[in-house]
Design a protein around this ligand. Structure first.
Ligand SMILES: Cc1ncc(COP(=O)(O)O)c(C=O)c1O
Length: 352
């Protein structure tokens, strides 16, 4: 089947470029301290997770318990849920899941730690824990060192749990477009981590792992002497948003769309916010510079001089690859203009 025969909108993955991105990331980290634990949120496909493991990733990062369940069912053995899981029913499920894979979860609350320990004891499993440090994103995590120490020590003493280290994700830096600001803030984050690690060591708590980082900070984290894991996800596919940052990874994900209306100075494609997530940047048509873009649910209008006609196929770079993939059932792998494989987006919509 050719790309032009796909019913649109459809998502295609340029297999060679995706593989190049993965190789480039492995080369970036070769011989360095941090090992790749790529984030599942980008592709939500266990098939691609398996390719990442084959390429040398130590395990997979995901956001949700239901994603971890999909990964474990596919045979992925080392899974980090880079998030807090607190609902009682989910805590019980998490403890069960920890029986069949090495499962790590983030914590920042003693009540949650107690609940995880009780559930692990009941299930006869071990749950690995990263205590989350607030790194400037103002999302989850503990800022105060003494409070961090007390929680880490509490985790360490709880049956069914182990304290493995620190979740240190500074998402506020991922899309910092000023390289000097990004570099300086990343260095300040490392300094904070070094101080915390020393504070904990002085009190007898050893942090074996320090996990975090993103596509936007991968090059900075590669040389880190503190981080042991890099959680980058988007580098596999890239998108319009990261494409502005000259990170050395190539665009490997495109939406194939059809022009459904064309007039003077404006054309409209058959995909809007229900197919192309604009939460970070609007989508961009390959080979066309828009003066203005307007999205509705099932349409995107591009304004500016053009010579598109109704029925034309256009290739579109999604604004945000991770949020866009979650809107599709399938990824079509292509080489040249040939569709060579199709993989389900197994964990799309798995938000629980
Ligand atoms: C916990 C966590 N780790 C890592 C990432 C980095 O992902 P990316 O490389 O796609 O920016 C994210 C992005 O949302 C995240 O939430």
């Amino acid at each position: 089947m050719k790309i032009r025969d796909l019913e649109t909108p459809a998502l295609i993955v340029l297999q060679d470029k995706m593989e190049n991105n993965l190789s480039r990331m492995m080369m970036l980290l070769a011989g360095k301290k941090p090992r790749l634990r790529p984030h599942y949120k980008t592709h939500k496909s266990p098939h691609i997770a398996a390719l990442q493991i084959q390429a040398g990733a130590k395990g997979i990062t995901c956001s949700k318990l239901s994603e971890a369940e999909d990964l474990a069912a596919f045979g992925i053995r080392d899974i980090l849920i880079a998030n807090q899981v607190v609902q009682p029913a989910k805590v019980a499920r998490l403890a069960q899941l920890a029986r069949c894979c090495r499962l790590t979860v983030c914590v920042d609350d003693p009540g949650n730690v107690k609940a995880l320990s009780d559930a692990a004891r009941l299930a006869g499993s071990t749950i690995h824990c990263y205590v989350e440090l607030e790194m400037g994103m103002q999302r989850c995590g503990i800022d105060d060192f003494e409070e961090f120490y007390r929680l880490a020590q509490y985790v360490d003493g709880m049956p069914g749990l182990t304290y493995d280290g620190i979740q240190a994700y500074a998402g506020n830096l991922s899309h910092e477009y000023d390289r000097a600001v990004r570099t300086e803030a990343a260095a300040a984050g490392e300094q904070k981590l070094r101080s915390l690690i020393a504070y904990l060591e002085a009190r007898g708590v050893h942090s074996r792992e320090v996990s975090g980082g993103s596509t936007g900070t991968a090059a900075l984290k590669a040389g880190s002497t503190v981080y042991t894991e890099l959680q980058a996800g988007s580098f596999m596919f890239m998108d319009a948003s990261y494409g502005r940052m000259d990170l050395g990874f190539e665009n490997a994900l495109l939406a194939v769309c059809t022009v459904i209306s064309a007039g003077k100075g404006r054309f409209v494609i058959d995909a809007g916010v229900k197919s192309l997530s604009p939460d970070q940047d609007p989508p961009a048509v390959v080979g066309f510079t828009a003066e203005r873009i307007s999205l509705s649910e099932e349409h995107t209008a591009f304004y500016g001089p053009h010579d598109f006609h109704v029925g034309d196929t256009v290739l579109v770079v999604p604004g945000h690859c991770c949020a866009t993939v979650n809107l599709f059932d399938q990824l079509h792998f292509v080489r040249g203009d040939e569709v060579i494989a199709r993989f389900p987006v197994t964990s799309r919509g798995k938000a629980q």
